[in-house]
Design a protein around this ligand. Sequence first.
Ligand code: AMP
Length: 214
Amino acid sequence: MNIILIGPPGAGKGTQAKRMIERLGVPQISTGDMFRAAVKEGTPMGLKAKACMDKGELVPDDVVIGVVNERLQKPDCKPGFILDGFPRTLDQAKALDELLDKMRSKLDHVVVIEVPDNNLVGRLTGRRTCRGCGYMHHITFDPPKKEGICDKCGSELYQRDDDQEVTIRERLATYHSQTSPLIEYYSNKGIVRKIDGTKNMQEVQDAVKASIGA
Ligand code: AMP
C-alpha cells in the first residue's frame, strides 16, 4: 500500500507513520529524517539542506526528488511505503507521479492530518527528540520520567534547531503557501482522506486506520 501523509509541522505525521509501519509491513520514508541524517554525517547534501532547514525554508526540489527517487528503488519499498514529509510542493508531487508511473505503481491514499496553527506552536516548542531511537517526548503532554533522557531507550533528548518559535512560524507559512495546494491536487484524484489531528494520539491513529481501511 502506498500512502502519503500531509500536514503542517507538528501535526503528528511522524508519530502516526511510526505506528503504521509494522502493521502495514512497509517502510516510513521521512525526507526530514533523511536530511537530518545527512547533516549529522556532514555530507555536501547535508550542508546544503541545513542552510534551508535552519531558516524554515524548503530544500530545493531537485535535491529532494533525487533523494526520494533513490530511496524508492530500494527493495524494502516493493510492498509499499509511507511518505512522511514528501511531497511538499506541486513540482515534487508531479515528479512523484512520474516516478510511480515508471515503477508501474500508484498512490492509494493521501492522509491529511489537519491541526490549526494556534495548536502547533506549543506542540513544537515543547518537542524533545531522542538521539538514539527518534522517539518524540513532549515536555508537557508526554514528559520523560527523567529530564533530558528518553523513556524508551535511555539516550539523550534534544530540541531540534528548527523547533524554535521564529523558525516554526516560517515553517507554518511555508506549509500554507507551498504544501497545502497539494490537498486540492490530490482531491482531484479522489484519494484524499482528511483527519482531525487535534484529537489524542490514539483517536488520530484509529481515524487514520479507518480512513485507509487497514
Ligand atoms: P520535517 O522533519 O518533515 O519537519 O522536515 C524538516 C525540514 O526538512 C523542513 O522544514 C525542510 O527544510 C526540509 N524538508 C523535509 N522534507 C522536505 C521536502 N519534501 N521538500 C523540501 N524540504 C524538505
